[in-house]
Design a protein around this ligand. Sequence first.
Ligand SMILES: Cc1ncc(COP(=O)(O)O)c(C=O)c1O
Length: 377
Amino acid sequence: MENDFKMEESIIRCWSVCIPENAAEEVTKTLQSKWINTGKKEKEFRAKICDRFQAPYAVACMTGTAALKIALKALGVGPGDEVVSTPFTFIATNTSILEVGAKPVFADIQYGTLNIDPKSVEEKITDKTKAIMCVHYAGNPVDLDELRAVADKHGLPIIEDSAHAMASEYKGRPIGSTGDVATFSFQCVKIVTSGDGGVVTTTNEEVYKKLKKQTWYGIDRDTKKTSILDPLPCPPDGLGFKSNMNDITATLACVAIDFLDTALARRREIGQRYRTELSSLNKVKLLDYKEHWTPNYQIFPVHVEDRERFAHYMWERNIQVNVNNRRNDVYEMFGGLCDLPNLKRADEDVILIPLHFDLTDEDISRVIKNIKDYDNE
Ligand SMILES: Cc1ncc(COP(=O)(O)O)c(C=O)c1O
């Protein structure tokens, strides 16, 4: 769209980057300390994650994509394996599966929530299936009880790609506090950010040990060096990635986590206002938000009639709306289009309306007014 890069003040953008005021000062302290490699800030960050996400174990890494690969490898997913996954997501969810040599097998989604449908997951399980991958799309949690019932029946672990779901809650518990593994992203447009960054949480100590090794060449960096003549603390336990979070990133990530509840409160305020004011329109429909699922409103997708016209309509009124993901099976590397009816519908009518920390109440009123005008046309 020709207006794609117009950035004037009057434009209400779909995205923004949330950087707390003390970020530069904290990074300066780390730089001046001269310890910028993985060290005490990274440890501090992991402790903050365990505390805020109520997770027994956390491993930090450089991106959400690395977190996914580390998680897959720690669960033993590799060449010849299949992972039943959602096709409605950013491609990183599924390129990670390809990168470890396995094959994503797409299940259908629920049209109302845009999350993977546990019933469809069960239909896709074969004797090659090694794990299930879900995404808490838009920060709106997957029905974990229902998905876990399917996973448990077949003895499969679930990887929760929680890149959208930092501080979202399912039945009163933060995402990442209860499952096999959950991966998070601190990339720049996430609710809070360290520029780039990733975390994996787990409730399983054995998986935790493997995650640590996968993050740094197959070696647990916390292992104490025992010999003056050996440069490594211990021999690598097979191949691992080089994806440890350094202390510059960890400093930003600590600042981000300290700011998380402030950012979250504002997003929830905006999300709730959209849900109240846009709940009974004809051409624009909200997602299906459940009572005991608490979203973080990382993004705010809606289903809209005549999406292209809606996008032009909003752009002409200086409001950016955005199609952020296509169904992943349109990309050749995933093996061709699948016959998944809910996915097809969602791929044709989902669009994001602006939701981020920098929006003013007046901005939100303007978005709501223009959506209502579109609906009344
Ligand atoms: C659902 C999902 N998974 C994974 C990722 C990858 O995260 P990162 O950019 O930190 O690698 C993203 C990034 O936006 C995402 O939206």
